[in-house]
Design a protein around this ligand. Structure first.
Ligand code: FDA
Length: 420
């Protein structure tokens, strides 16, 4: 691409261009533009904000009241601290309230719109309009390169024609849900400028099992219960991983539900997960103690601790190996083993449902190459990465949107305050 005339340059020059008009990109573009800069946001999708629209079951879990750095996974765990501290969940609550959006807390600090997720999309459009952001979509980026023409540090060759900017913000998200526009553009841009990328993989995703491992459990599809799920000691690979007390759902192909989605973000192929199916008490001691007064069949006793279908399944397995069906007929050693295995059920996934079903992507642009204060590449002035494209992955529960807002504001402040 050649720059043909001063007129073209002026028309195509923006102080800042934001690539990707999702949660982070729209918020960032609006905040930069509101500081008086000329801003364009580009997206290849025909409809913007699709991920927001489908989030939180259509009500968008837009933040978590208790968001802390500990709720995020990254190769560089302290990186998110600064941005999260400078733009808090309370700040975003004020933001949505200024647009008259009412909200409620559902569970564990998770905040949702009372109405619909579209309210957040409309708010982002409104904020962009207030700042006069030019929204260009659908647009294809053919080429991106460094520029040394006047104030322009980056030149973009797009289906809208040539564009130039002083600051370029990459907000193209992760790889989850390709059918609504996810792409690897952000990672390609990072690599083009020699910025390392932590290998991406699906996260907050249902886990699958080898068909022969799963065959005995497939009939339990639809069973749901609260469990404690964790990675067994030594299986974490990333030091201390948290445990989650959340619901689990059996499916035809494997395990899903919030507890599994949470642990999936920490799980590594070849490792097992540990699930406490009766987390309210140590089951071995409880079963042995009840032997003297409880004459019921084992599966009915187990159903005091878990759904009947699950109790039938595990009860039948034990009874098949022993003469008696009733609790008092079973030796203490058998009840001890059964109780321990239900409090610590170990199972090895063979993979996950992949990006098709993953809520987020773990990994991404390596934060060790970015400033934690501004999100700018430390080796390349004017290039910023925000939102999910960065190697900062939140837990389930509004944390990922909070990172999108906080990282967007960190970059926008730096760009808005720069006098270039
Ligand atoms: P996001 O993915 O939102 O936006 C990226 C934008 O870049 C898109 O508009 C895309 O079209 C564009 N783009 C990509 N490639 C491009 C290219 N080559 N050229 C031009 N444009 C390109 N989180 C949470 O906190 N609470 C919740 O309730 C949910 N719920 C939820 C449900 C489901 C089903 C999913 C899949 C995800 C969630 N999430 C969530 C996660 C949350 O949606 C996600 O972390 C944020 O949307 C990330 O915001 P970004 O702006 O970084 O990326």
């Amino acid at each position: 691409m050649t720059i043909s005339s001063t007129h073209t340059v002026q028309k195509s020059f923006h102080d800042a261009i934001v690539l990707g008009a999702g949660a982070a990109g729209m918020f960032c573009a609006a905040k930069i533009a509101q500081s008086g800069k000329r801003v364009a946001v580009l997206d290849h999708a025909a409809t913007l904000g699709e991920k927001i629209r489908i989030s939180g079951g259509g009500r968008c879990n837009f933040t978590n009241r208790d968001a802390k750095p500990e709720n995020f996974i990254s190769e560089n765990p302290g990186y998110c601290r600064s941005a999260l501290a400078r733009y808090t969940p309370q700040d975003f609550i004020k933001q949505i309230e200024s647009h008259g959006i009412s909200w409620h807390e559902k569970h564990k600090g998770q905040l949702f719109c009372d109405g619909s997720a579209q309210q957040i999309v409309r708010m982002l459009h409104g904020e962009c309009a207030t700042g006069g952001v030019e929204i260009l979509n659908p647009v294809k980026l053919h080429n991106l390169r460094r520029s040394d023409f006047g104030k322009a540090r980056y030149a973009l060759d797009t289906s809208y024609g040539p564009l130039h900017c002083n600051d370029l913000v990459v907000a193209t998200g992760g790889l989850s849900i390709p059918k609504i526009g996810a792409s690897d553009l952000g990672y390609r841009i990072a690599r083009q400028f020699d910025i390392p990328v932590v290998p991406p993989c699906p996260a907050l995703v249902p886990l699958t099992f080898e068909p022969e491992v799963w065959a005995p459990f497939a009939k339990l599809a639809g069973v749901a219960l609260q469990v404690v799920v964790r990675l067994p000691r030594g299986e974490g690979g990333r030091g201390n991983t948290p445990e989650f007390t959340e619901d689990l759902l059996f499916t035809h192909r494997g395990l899903s539900g919030p507890g599994i989605l949470q642990i999936s973000s920490y799980w590594q192929p070849g490792k097992t997960i540990a699930i406490d199916l009766a987390h309210t008490e140590p089951l071995d001691a409880a079963l042995i103690e009840r032997k003297t007064q409880d004459k019921r069949a084992l599966h009915n006793v187990l159903a005091d601790y878990m759904p009947q279908r699950l109790a039938d399944h595990f009860g039948a397995q034990v009874v098949a190996l022993h003469a008696g069906k009733k609790l008092p007929d079973l030796p203490d050693s058998v009840l001890h083993k059964l109780g321990q295995s239900l409090n610590d059920w170990r199972i090895e996934p063979n993979g996950s449902e992949g990006y098709r079903k993953a809520e987020v992507t773990r990994g991404g642009v390596d934060t060790r190459a970015l400033s934690s204060k501004t999100m700018e590449a430390t080796a390349l002035a004017g290039l910023y990465f925000i939102g999910e494209v960065v190697d900062v992955t939140g837990w389930l529960g509004g944390y990922n949107f909070q990172w999108a807002w906080a990282s967007a504001v960190a970059a926008a402040k730096a760009i808005g305050e720069s006098g270039v």
